[in-house]
Every structure is written in C-alpha cells, then in structure tokens.
Design a protein around this ligand. Structure first.
Ligand code: ATP
Length: 254
C-alpha cells in the first residue's frame, strides 16, 4: 500500500504553560495526505488552520502526537536536523510571496538549491525547467519590483518546487492577487498536481481557490469537523464547499 507523504496522528497543540492561561489550538487532529494529492484546509477564523500548517511545516512544535513527512518523524527531530529536512523536503508558498527584492527572479528560484550546495552548473537547467512549467522564463532576469503580483507568485511557486520537495505547503497563496491572477495561479497548481504529481496542502479562506483541491478538511475548534472529496465538476465542488461554510456560520449564530 502507498505510504502517506504527510501522516498526522492525534496531534495536540497547547499554547501557554499555566493551566489558567493555556489554550488548546489543536485537539487530537489526525489525517493523511497521499503522494500526488491536493488537499485543502478550511475553517472559520481561529479554528487552528495556521497552527496546523505551522506544526506540519516544522515551524512550530506539536505538544503531543506524531507527524511524519516522507516517512520521517519530524516530532523527534532536533533543530538543526529540522532545518535541513525543511530545506530538502518542503516547499513553501505564502500570501506575500516572500521573494528577496535584491535578487533576480532567477536567483530567487535558485536559492533553495544554492542553500543545499548544488553546483551552479547543475542549478541552471533545473531553474529553467521549473520556470518553463510555470510560464515565467521571460522574467528570469528581472527583479521582483519589475514584475506583476501574478508573476511574483509564480516565481514563488517555482522557488517552492525547484528542489522537488515531498510536499508544497501553501498558505493563502491567492490572498494578495486579483481574481484573474488568483484563478490563473490555482489553475497552475492544479496542473502541477495533475500532470506532475506534485503533492499540495493548501490553507485558504477562499472557496473558489479551495474548489481546485481534490479533498478538503474543515477544521473547527482545533478538530476536524468534516472532510469532503471532489467527485463531480469544480462548480459542484465549489457549491459543496459553500454549503459547509454556511453550516459554520449557522453554528456561530446558534
Ligand atoms: N502563540 C499563540 N499563543 C496563544 N494562542 C494562540 C497562539 N497562536 C494562535 N493562538 C490561538 O489558537 C487558535 C487558533 O489560531 P490559528 O491562527 O491557528 O487559527 P486560524 O484558523 O489560522 O485563523 P485565521 O483564519 O484567522 O488565520 C486561536 O484561538 C488563536 O487565538
């Protein structure tokens, strides 16, 4: 049987030490993401989405439970091991692009490889290949200030992918884009997932972005409230997502 690329097992995250001030942001969350899956994480504000992304991405530590990525238990790793693991196995796409302004788009995309000590002659074909996949070959020599928001986010996606990580972790990647660029980025992510088997975990508030996923986990009060899978076309899935979000707002009003 295929092993999951992300295995989250009864994870808890408690903020604060003293019992009167402590807050359980994740309360026994378990799920798997299999290689080549495109999974969305949704839920109301304060539900625990960012906390979940932070513990899966090794940026924060779970209080208890186990998280395995690409078969390695990240909850047992030391800080220096985690840094190496993160740069080899994870690709990040954030809302605000996080491109370095004083590096060209080429240099930004090459960064994860340079940090891993890949020789520059080997970097060039890899950057060109990923830029080609994302349709940004023509802007490789430009600086971030000289390209559009949509191109910046494609460059950030290329940087996340260039070292072929086990999984891409995306946090509101369309949050700073207009609707045309948002749609285009999501179509590209869907293409990368379907045709290049890139595994993606996407945290988003946006039902339209989420409708590009194959499966959505809805989080409420630190637990998985519901899981839905795309079985029909995207428009029907979009409607299904809106229906679950409506359940949340009726819970809020109850
Ligand atoms: N460092 C912290 N210390 C204490 N409580 C925290 C901390 N970080 C988050 N929380 C609390 O944990 C809960 C979950 O927060 P989290 O940021 O994961 O929610 P979210 O679902 O990502 O929300 P949003 O959609 O608004 O970004 C919230 O109640 C938040 O106040």
């Amino acid at each position: 049987m295929t092993k999951p690329v992300v295995h989250v097992d009864h994870v808890e995250k408690i903020f604060g030490r003293k019992s009167e001030n402590s807050f359980k942001a994740l309360d026994g969350v378990s799920f798997d993401i299999y290689p080549g899956e495109f999974v969305g994480i949704m839920g109301p504000s304060g539900a625990g989405k960012t906390t979940l992304l932070n513990v899966v991405s090794t940026l924060d530590q779970a209080t208890s439970g186990k998280i395995e990525i690409a078969g390695r238990d990240i909850t047992m790793m030391k800080q220096n091991e985690l840094a190496d693991f993160r740069s080899a196995e994870l690709g990040f796409i954030f809302q605000d692009f996080n491109l370095l302004e004083n590096l060209t788009i080429y240099e930004n995309i090459a960064l994860p490889l340079s940090l891993q000590g890949v020789a520059s002659k080997n970097i060039r074909p890899l950057v060109h290949q990923v830029a080609d996949k994302l349709g940004i070959k023509s802007i490789l020599g430009k600086y971030p200030v000289a390209v559009s928001g949509g191109q910046k986010q494609r460059a950030a996606a290329a940087r996340a992918l260039v070292h072929e990580p086990a999984i891409i972790l995306a946090d509101e990647p369309t949050g700073a884009l207009d609707s045309k660029n948002a749609r285009s980025l999501m179509e590209t992510m869907e293409h990368l997932n379907r045709h290049h088997s890139v595994s993606i975990m996407l945290v988003t508030h946006d039902p339209l972005s989420a409708s590009y996923c194959e499966r959505i986990l809805f989080i409420q009060d630190g637990t998985i409230y519901k899981e839905i899978r795309r079985t029909e076309d995207q428009a029907a899935f979009h409607q299904q997502i809106l229906n679950v979000l409506a359940e949340f707002s009726s819970l809020d009003q109850a």
